[in-house]
Design a protein around this ligand. Sequence first.
Ligand code: NAD
Ligand code: TYD
Length: 365
Amino acid sequence: MKHCILVTGGAGFIGSNFVLDWLAQSQQSVINLDKLSYAGNLQNLASLQGDARHVFVHGDIGDSDLVAKLLSTHQPRAVVNFAAESHVDRSIHGPEAFVQNNIVGTFRLLEAVRSYWQTMDVEGRAAFRFLHVSTDEVYGSLAPDEPAFTEQHPFEPNSPYSASKAASDHLVRAWHHTYGLPVLTTNCSNNYGPLHFPEKLIPLVIVNALALKPLPVYGDGQQIRDWLYVKDHCSAIRRVLQAGRVGETYNIGGWNEQANLSIVRTICELLDRMAPRADGKPYQEQITFVTDRPGHDRRYAIDARKVEQELGWKPQETFESGIAKTVQWYLDNQDWVAHVQSGAYRDWVHTQYGAAIAQGQAGAA
Ligand code: NAD
Ligand code: TYD
């Protein structure tokens, strides 16, 4: 398939948004390799059914034979690596899957890509790109008065998730410096938007609010994250892939630092207007403070000047416009929510929050 790209993890939250956006604006096909973990969902890609430009392959980035076969068959001009275990709380309960998928998986993918890249002609090798999608969490936690993370900030990961992503970033860097593989790395802040699995803060709060369940806020709710609408992250990745300097890393963020409690309150206020409770009470009544996450990072903030100044990328959405679109998407897509809230999802909610929140009704907590 001429001029296609290989996307890994393209059935997850950001990957599926990326594939949908890519095919909406490019003639280049997508080979989409995803192992369909609990977070991967083919329903995210349902609108692409029958579109010959999208080839879905069910498999693992750690399956070297499969990846080698896909690369030699389809001859992609780039690989965009989203595939990873992505949830900090799950990494605390079960870190091994993070080591396996994020570190070993990325290592095997890099090796398969390196072998393929070495078979290309000079022109193909020069044009090829391996774009690794990573997170701001590799940089650790900021004090209130510290400047936002630049690309020079040391890696100080604190959770099994962020440590596994930091390790994969290091491998990607080393494959460039040692073998010359033309890599790019993006380190992005917290994403939100459509198709977000409801284990993460924003979708969890929306779906719990509508189900009249408690809205769990860890600790004092004053931890700060820098939020970016997922479509803006996708446009940044496209731009870095197109024009990023080989071997460089680019921080991606929305200049939008907010405390968790403020995010939860904003969602409640939006829902009060867009889908008021039948009893007329405010959704904020459902806010419930719960035990803090162990090792909880206090603050993340991204300095996105490099990608803005070098590549001219800027986010399109403000937080106000993005969060309103997101809440509307969940109101319009309750079937999707019901589908992803399978037995396995219920087990997770029980493990993480206990019975009171898993089954709780408003005011019960
Ligand atoms: P997600 O958990 O929603 O999706 C991950 C996808 O990868 C799933 O479809 C899963 O099935 C697939 N996958 C996992 N391991 C795999 C493997 N070994 N082989 C093939 N497929 C595999 O995650 P997301 O939120 O969409 O994040 C995507 C990427 O972006 C991750 O690398 C994550 O670290 C990074 N990132 C996420 C955020 C965020 O806020 N969600 C922010 C910055 C960076
Ligand atoms: P999350 O969406 O899990 O992303 P990350 O941990 O990668 O930043 O969490 C965002 C913030 O919200 C984080 O500080 C933890 C907090 N949080 C809660 O307060 N309650 C919850 O139920 C969840 C899932 C997260």
